[in-house]
Design a protein around this ligand. Sequence first.
Ligand code: FMN
Length: 235
Amino acid sequence: MAIADLRREYSLTGLRRSALEADPITQFKQWFDQATGARASGRVRSFFIRWYKALLLASGAEPLDLTAMTLATVDKQGRPSARVVLLKGVDQRGFIFYTNYDSRKGQELAENPQAALVFYWSDQERQVCLAGEVSKLPPAESEAYFKSRPRGSRLAAWASHQSAVIRDRAALEAKWQQIETQYAGQEVPCPPFWGGYLLSPARIEFWQGRPNRLHDRFCYTRQPDKTWLIERLSP
Ligand SMILES: Cc1cc2nc3c(=O)[nH]c(=O)nc-3n(C[C@H](O)[C@H](O)[C@H](O)COP(=O)(O)O)c2cc1C
């Protein structure tokens, strides 16, 4: 089948202005809970979700990587780059992810602290797009999260000079072994070049797929007085 012929209709549910929370972080958490199956709103919606989950379980599959989000950054020449990272927290300050501060994304964020994130939850027929300013988390917060990671990942954070060219896989594994020996019997500390970022959204859009590509889109834009303007966008 030709790539251009692969298409789907979006028909699970709609999104109404009256159903939106005044605060986009609350709205995001509600959609996230629905994506994990923790919450269902409306009888029709919950029927479809139960039905869909029954199909998934029958096929042995569960929705995966719900915290995966595409992070877009821009270098100082205005050239964009994007990659997937994992959401590790969301609160009234914004959206948190962890990475290597010296990576390509880290260098771009140092040059230009504006970034965008996109979530796509295909089984929910939903997308959330947001953008805003990015700042580093306080070191104590990054260290607390680092401690909670599996030991192998903590060693890998030291072993990987993320985004740099390496000779081969053997060189990477040798470095990991060397770090493992170095920290044998000890706690692995958080590297100074590794930590969290917080994206504080200035804009968040909630997208719900609808039949005939007449999708529902609502955009929250932060106002100078810190309230949120909610507007419907054309699909
Ligand atoms: C599902 C998934 C989750 C990922 N999560 C992270 C993450 O949380 N942090 C991270 O630094 N890289 C993560 N990566 C790897 C990044 O996509 C990317 O390869 C890496 O961060 C280097 O990006 P950069 O060279 O653009 O800085 C993830 C990749 C995938 C596919």
